[in-house]
Design a binder for this molecule. Structure first.
Ligand code: F3S
Length: 394
C-alpha cells in the first residue's frame, strides 16, 4: 500500500507508541483487504463504549491511551454506553457498573471525542455529506450513512474506528470504492409497510436471506427516514448488510443497474411469519423504544399517544442527549414523564444491563432489538407496533 512520508513517520514510531500502534492496525487492515492507500475521513463513530461489552480490559486500554496523550484528529462520536450518563441512579443502574462506565467516558473525553453516545449520530450533530468518506462502527449507523445519506464507510470494529479517529484516515477498500457499492440481489416488496415494526420485520427477513449482500428494494411505496433506519438496522443485525438501495428512496438507487440480478419476492406471508418468529414472550414487563435511537418525530409520536394516559409498567424511549433536549423544549418529555415513561439518553436496551435490573420480557418495535435481546440480555421479546406495545403497559 502506498504511504505518504508523514504516514511512514507514524509507522516508524516517530509520533509515539500509541500512534504507531493504531496506524499499524490500519495498515494491516489495508493489506488484508487490498487497499491501495489511506484516505482522509470526515468523521468517525466509535463502538465498544458500554462497560457491559468491553469490561475491565477495554476500560484499562482506553485509560492507557488517554493517559499517553492520544487525541482524535476528526469529529468523533460514540456509540451508546451502558447507561444514561446523567440519570443512571434514578433509572436503577447498578453503582459499580456506573463507576466503570464513567471512567470509560472520561477516557474518551480526554482523547477529544464528543461524549454524545448515540447510534444515530447523524441526528445529533455528526452528519456526513453524500459521497464523503467516513469510518463508523455501529452497524445501523453504517447502514444509514451508506444507504440513506450516500456517505461511504465500511463496518468498522471499535479498534479500527478509534485508529481512524486518531490518525484521520482509513484504508481505501470495500464500500469506499464505486465497484463495491453495486447491488447483487433485488427484493420485490409486495406488501404495504405501515410502521417501523413492519420495516423492521422486512429488514430482519431480508438480512437473514441475503447475509452480507447488497439488496436493491423495489416496490416500497413510501418511507420516511425513521422507517429506513429501522429497515437498515434490522438487516445489519440479522444479516451483515452495510449498504442497501431502495428505488425512488435512496440516493444511489437511480444509478444502479439491476438487470440480470437474482430476484426475491417478499409478501405479507413472510412479514407475518417474521412477527411470529420474533415474538418469544407474551406480557412485556418493560417497553423500550428507540432502536436505533429515536428521532424527534418518533419521540413526538410517542408523546402524542401517551398524552393524558397512565402507564402501569415502565416505558423507555432511548435517544441522544440532543434529541432529548429538543423534546424537553417542545414539552414532549413532560407528557411522557407525566404518563410514567422515561426518555433515556446515551444507552439502549441491548448495551445496558437490563437483565440485572429485574426485567425478563421486553417489548420493542425494532427488528434489531428483537434480534439481539434474547442473546445479549436474556430477554423474551414482545415485537409489535407502538400502539399495541403501549396498550400492553397501560
Ligand atoms: Fe442503537 Fe442499541 Fe439499537 S446501539 S441500533 S439502540 S441495539
Amino acid at each position: 500500500m502506498y504511504l505518504t512520508r508523514e504516514e511512514e513517520f507514524i509507522l516508524n514510531g516517530e509520533k509515539g507508541e500509541v500512534y504507531e500502534k493504531v496506524f499499524r492496525l490500519l495498515v494491516r487492515l489495508g493489506d488484508i483487504y487490498g487497499a491501495d492507500k489511506m484516505i482522509p475521513v470526515g468523521s468517525v463513530q466509535v463502538a465498544g463504549v458500554s462497560y457491559k461489552s468491553i469490561g475491565d480490559p477495554g476500560r484499562d486500554f482506553l485509560e492507557d491511551f488517554a493517559e499517553k496523550g492520544a487525541k482524535v484528529k476528526v469529529l468523533t462520536f460514540l456509540n451508546p454506553a451502558g447507561m444514561d450518563m446523567e440519570n443512571w441512579k434514578e433509572l436503577g443502574f447498578p453503582k459499580d457498573f456506573a463507576e466503570n462506565q464513567i471512567r470509560i467516558m472520561n477516557a474518551f473525553k480526554k482523547m477529544g471525542i464528543v461524549v454524545t453516545a448515540t447510534c444515530t449520530p447523524y441526528l445529533a450533530g455528526n452528519l456526513p455529506r453524500f459521497g464523503e468518506h467516513i469510518a463508523w462502527s455501529e452497524s445501523s449507523a453504517v447502514s444509514f450513512s451508506n444507504s440513506v445519506i450516500g456517505a461511504r464507510t465500511n463496518r468498522e470494529g471499535g479498534p479500527s474506528a478509534l485508529a481512524a479517529a486518531l490518525c484521520g484516515v482509513t484504508p481505501n477498500y470495500g464500500l469506499h470504492l464505486d465497484e463495491n457499492r453495486k447491488p447483487n440481489i433485488v427484493i420485490n416488496v409486495g406488501v404495504e409497510l405501515k410502521c417501523n415494526s413492519d420495516f423492521g420485520a422486512l429488514g430482519y427477513h431480508v438480512g437473514k436471506l441475503v447475509k452480507n449482500k447488497i439488496p436493491y428494494f423495489k416496490g416500497i411505496k413510501d418511507a420516511n427516514t425513521d422507517n429506513l433506519k429501522a429497515l437498515g438496522a434490522a438487516m445489519a443485525a440479522s444479516g451483515a448488510v452495510a449498504l442497501y438501495h431502495a428505488e425512488n428512496l435512496t440516493p444511489e438507487a437511480k444509478i444502479m443497474e439491476t438487470k440480470g440480478l437474482e430476484n426475491v419476492d417478499v409478501t405479507s406471508k413472510e412479514i407475518k411469519e417474521t412477527y411470529e418468529k420474533l415474538n418469544t414472550g407474551k406480557d412485556a414487563d418493560i417497553v423500550i423504544l428507540g432502536c436505533p435511537h429515536a428521532s424527534l418525530r418518533e419521540i413526538a409520536t410517542v408523546a402524542e399517544k401517551l398524552r393524558g394516559k397512565k402507564l402501569s409498567k415502565p416505558l423507555w424511549i432511548c435517544t441522544s442527549k440532543a434529541m432529548k433536549e429538543t423534546a424537553t423544549i417542545m414539552g414532549y418529555t413532560d407528557i411522557i414523564e407525566k404518563a410514567g415513561g422515561k426518555i433515556v439518553c446515551d444507552t439502549c436496551m441491548v448495551v445496558s444491563p437490563i437483565e440485572k435490573m429485574g426485567y425478563k420480557t421486553t417489548g420493542v418495535n425494532s427488528g434489531k432489538a428483537a434480534n439481539y435481546l434474547p442473546g445479549f440480555c436474556k430477554q423474551k421479546v414482545v415485537f409489535n407496533n407502538i400502539d399495541e406495545l403501549i396498550k400492553g403497559v397501560l
